[in-house]
Design a protein around this ligand. Structure first.
Ligand code: 6GU
Length: 260
């Protein structure tokens, strides 16, 4: 660890879930090098009753249990003064705002991140008064915030200097441009009857760039059309995309299928 170390603090009842992440290649190396630090804090240790109770029945009734506010807030109160005061405190919940690449880029600016991983039906709502943001990784429900925290750790850590070698692959990948990434090919030139697009073998880099840009647009229109809203598309690219789209619609109508 050094003054540039990026620290992830995980408040979790299941710290062992993060053991695999520590030894994983890219992250494991970054931890070794001191670029990264990952600390787990089991807030059960901040309970004060003899049964170390972390949850209780919901007021108003209903299924499941609710995580008590007192031990997690006590844990946070002890941790926060040990960290840079600018460190965001993030509560992980399917009821949060959506985590996207722009947030990963913002958090990668540092100095670190404090992640609260919930379980059961969630935290007592008063815990939210002690956090900066409530974040979800997508529109589906996980049993706990730990897997969501791992997704966030990977997305942020790979943007940190010294964690990924090739910075070009960071700017060209899916989502950093607002579009999905173009398809990739490697050898063999023909695989089970499917050939690599001829343009990629041409050595004409202007043509290759254009093909990739247009494939990005087409893929995005097919799989994530909402990402194209509000994006300015070059006139010729737009014309190509509309023609390609019309052709695909005609082909699909002929087959009666709806594959992408
Ligand atoms: Cl952050 N937590 C849980 N429990 N489920 C989720 C999630 C988070 N994001 C999507 N589903």
């Amino acid at each position: 660890m050094n003054e540039n170390t990026y620290t992830f603090d995980l408040l979790t009842l299941f710290p062992a879930l993060f053991d695999g992440l520590r030894s994983e290649s890219l992250l494991g190396k970054a931890l070794q090098s001191g670029a990264l630090d990952l600390q787990t804090h089991n807030w059960r240790q901040w309970t004060t009753d003899r049964h170390n109770t972390v949850d209780d029945l919901p007021f108003g009734g209903g299924p499941g249990m609710v995580l008590k506010p007192d031990p997690i807030v006590a844990c946070l109160r002890e941790l926060r003064p040990q960290r840079d005061p600018r460190t965001p405190v993030v509560l992980l919940s399917p009821a949060g705002r959506l985590f996207r690449q722009d947030l990963a880029e913002q958090w990668a600016q540092g100095p670190g991140l404090i992640l609260l991983c919930g379980r059961y039906e969630g935290f007592d709502a008063r815990v939210e008064q002690h956090v900066d943001q409530v974040v979800s990784i997508g529109d589906y429900v996980l049993n706990g915030g730990e897997v969501a925290a791992m997704a966030i750790i990977e997305a942020v850590a790979r943007l940190l200097p010294g964690v990924i070698g090739n910075s070009a692959s960071l700017t060209e990948e899916s989502h950093s441009s607002g579009l999905l990434e173009h398809p990739h090919y490697t050898r063999p030139r023909e695989f089970e009857g499917a050939a690599v697009p001829e343009v990629l073998l041409s050595g004409n880099h202007a043509e290759i760039d254009r093909w990739r840009r247009r494939q990005s647009l087409l893929r995005t229109k097919l799989r994530r059309p909402e990402l194209l809203q509000g994006l300015t598309i070059d006139k010729k690219d737009r014309a190509w995309l509309d023609a390609e789209w019309a052709q695909l619609q005609t082909a699909a109508a002929g087959q009666g299928g709806d594959r992408d």
